[in-house]
Write a protein that binds this ligand. Structure first.
Ligand code: NAD
Length: 435
């Protein structure tokens, strides 16, 4: 009989779409549109290093299960590679590679001295006990230890990896190295060198970019309506900040179902409900909502904050929102994107929208290097400056080159990387992009 863990791995192929091909197509298209030499595409199209590890773990029932994990490092010409670790049944090598390329572009747009990295384990963490999860987290770090470090590659949280998981991982790494190295990983608990504001950073950054987009469209945030897919770290924090700005969130879904209230969900109450360990679809003060119906809700702002490939040729036609804020990585397929373009939807692309997480992770790494820690207000203020500057830079390219926001964001990221490639002598006499 198959265990839940086996089933999670067997399910992978059933809803698999390849984000690696998608990001490569987007890179190629942008490089061609910008009239850059195709050599640049050949440098950027693949990660410089990808590691696959096998992680045999003794489960509570005595059986050994051999998990598969990955770590991808895209490009380190701007600094050490950096990016989260994902625990999810759908994790696969191509997904991790794609996510590491997106991380490079994100850091480049935000002018962070970092390259892109990403890691993951094929696992459904809800099928593991806490002891099993801790053993797996520690064993994964041990397996990737040879290629990570504060000047090499710096992991962080992503889907299903919390500060608690980061705490286990850094503890394991410190034990292996024989001394404490707080800058080897970010998103740690504050008591062991984490940054104030890191937990909320991605959601805060998403809300900042939505506010900027609303300014462009002349939309008032107070009284605007929104729908959100995903109520984990990013989704719940985004909901909190939008609620604080007066946005009425009418629909939220996650992997288990969803909720709807046309008068606006009581976000502080819902956050309390979830904090007690409840799942959102059991929230008693709202009507049920499916993931399919979420996309067609009559709202001003739609925020996918869960997994890839959610805005597709099937879901995009129903979208009524004026702003789509890609809080998740890769939530839109190329066909979904084309439909949003035809509908003239203002899309805040993932590589800009969710860059608040890596920005405060960078701040955490800087604080670890100084061994001197900032107050939360200072972190938040620096985050706002970075996100606003990133948004304005992409917006200026959009207006100057009459591009969509996604192409403008790719242009900003590629332009920054091309300058570094040039400075290092990897490319010569290539056309340089102004700006
Ligand atoms: P999380 O694990 O905290 O939450 C994920 C949420 O997505 C949960 O609510 C889950 O139920 C929901 N979900 C999962 N599968 C789904 C499905 N098939 N349909 C609908 N909902 C589903 O993860 P997170 O850290 O909030 O990450 C969410 C997204 O944001 C991911 O794409 C991640 O890469 C991206 N992101 C995260 C960070 C970060 O700092 N955590 C930073 C940048 C980008």
């Amino acid at each position: 009989m198959k265990s839940n863990i086996d089933k999670a791995e067997a399910d992978i192929t059933t809803h698999y779409k390849n984000p690696y091909e998608i990001v490569q197509e987007l890179l190629q298209e942008s490089i061609q549109t910008l009239g850059l030499n195709e050599n640049i595409y050949h440098i950027l199209k693949k990660p410089m290093r990808v590691l696959e590890v096998s992680i045999p773990i003794r489960l509570d029932n005595g059986r050994i299960h051999n998990f598969t994990g990955y770590r991808s490092q895209h490009l380190d010409i701007l600094g050490p590679t950096k990016g989260g670790i994902r625990f999810h049944p759908d994790v696969n090598m191509d997904e991790v590679k794609a996510l590491s390329i997106w991380m490079s572009l994100k850091s480049a747009i935000l002018d962070l001295p970092l390259g892109g990295g990403k890691g993951g384990i094929i696992v459904d963490p809800s099928a593991l006990s806490k002891r099993e999860l801790e053993t797996l987290s520690r064993a994964y770090i041990e397996k990737i230890t040879p290629i990570i470090g504060p000047q090499k590659d710096i992991p962080a949280p992503d889907m299903n990896t919390s500060p608690e998981v980061m705490g286990w991982m850094i503890d394991e790494y410190d034990k292996l190295r024989g001394y404490n190295i707080p800058g080897m990983l970010t998103g740690k608990p504050v008591i062991i060198g984490g940054s104030q504001g890191r937990l909320a950073a991605t959601g805060r950054g998403v809300a900042i970019t939505i506010q900027e987009a609303a300014n462009v469209l002349g939309m008032e945030m107070n009284g605007a309506t929104a729908a959100l897919q995903g109520f984990g770290n990013v989704g719940s924090m985004t909901a909190k900040f939008l609620h604080d700005l007066g946005v009425k969130i009418t629909g939220i879904t996650n992997a288990h179902g969803g909720i709807f209230d046309q008068d606006g969900l009581d976000i502080p109450d819902l956050l309390e409900f979830v904090k007690k360990g409840n799942r959102i679809h059991t929230y008693p003060k709202a009507a049920p909502l499916t993931n399919e119906d979420l996309f067609g809700l009559p709202v001003d702002i739609l925020i996918p904050a869960a997994v890839e490939n959610q805005i597709t040729k099937n879901t995009a036609p129903a979208i009524q929102a004026k702003i789509v804020a890609e809080a998740a990585n890769g939530p839109t397929t190329p066909q979904g994107d084309e439909i949003m373009e035809q509908k003239d939807i203002f899309v805040i692309p993932d590589i800009l929208c969710n860059a608040g997480g890596v920005t405060v992770s960078y701040f955490e790494w800087v604080q670890n290097a100084m061994n001197y820690y900032w107050k939360e207000e200072e972190v938040n203020q620096k985050l706002t400056e970075k996100m606003t500057a990133g948004f304005q830079q992409v917006l200026a390219i959009r207006e100057q080159k009459q591009m969509r926001m996604r192409q403008a964001a790719y242009t900003a990221g590629i332009r920054h990387i091309v300058k570094a490639l040039h400075a290092r002598g990897w490319i010569e006499n290539e056309k340089m992009l102004e700006g």
